[in-house]
Design a binder for this molecule. Structure first.
Ligand code: NAG
Ligand code: NAG
Length: 211
């Protein structure tokens, strides 16, 4: 019995040390991404600048249908997060702004409200239980991996937040875009959502879908 335990201990130690042979693996974005992340830039080419991203200091452009902007520091913008299981984004919500119902297939999310008032929520997967709260400055909220969630500016002014993910590449699927921004036929959208034809056609018109 002890021998078996010792064997598993050794197997665990060697597998976890193999995983940490490299101190870092700054992504070489010229090569292709894989489930294990991007291949690394040769360490000799990496400098301190690679570990700093200065793109989150200015507000994103919130002039759009959602009156909001997400400025990501994911692996595509900030190659140093490659392989480290984390990333960050800035959330600017103008008055009335909304981050529509969406999911991140690859990551859980934590939101920090820096100023303003954000009503945020997620929906559990089997029971479809709604977890919704109005957050104020300094509040943080968790959105578990893969679950549908949203953020709405519920204050009288702009709101600012930062969201962190436990993946360098969390992925994003916005429900309305998946249903109405592509060429899935209106008939199939209607059959699979129980929405009426006028609503489907109207939303396809707004979001640029066809069919
Ligand atoms: C913000 O985006 C809108 C719509 O795309 C554009 O018309 C406007 O010029 C942009 N504003 C700035 C400051 O870039
Ligand atoms: C829908 O769009 C895809 C590309 O996104 C294309 O391959 C396909 O032929 C299109 N189907 C129809 C029915 O237009």
């Amino acid at each position: 019995m002890l021998h078996i335990l010792f064997f598993f201990f050794l197997a665990f130690v060697s597998s976890s040390s193999n995983a940490m042979v490299n101190d870092f693996c700054v992504a070489d974005l010229k090569l292709s991404d894989s489930p294990a992340g991007y291949p690394c830039v040769p360490p000799a080419m990496v400098t301190a600048d690679d570990f700093v991203f200065s793109g989150l200091g200015v507000a994103g452009n919130t002039t759009s249908i959602i009156n909001a902007a997400v400025t990501p520091a994911f692996v595509a913008q900030f190659p140093a997060v490659n392989g480290l299981g984390l990333s960050l984004a800035r959330l600017d919500l103008a008055k009335g702004g909304v981050i529509p119902m969406h999911t991140h297939p690859a990551a859980s999310e934590i939101l920090l409200v820096v100023h303003g008032c954000i009503t945020a929520g997620f929906i559990s997967s089997s029971a479809n239980t709604v977890y919704v709260k109005t957050l104020k400055k300094g509040d943080i909220m968790i959105f578990p991996q893969g679950l549908l969630h949203f953020q709405v500016n519920s204050g009288a002014d702009g709101a600012l937040g930062f969201v962190s993910f436990n993946s360098p590449n969390p992925g994003l699927q916005i429900t309305d875009f998946a249903l109405f921004a592509n060429n899935l036929s209106s008939q199939l959208v209607e059959q699979t959502t129980f929405l009426d034809d006028a609503t489907v056609k109207r939303l396809k018109g707004i979001l640029g879908g066809t069919g």
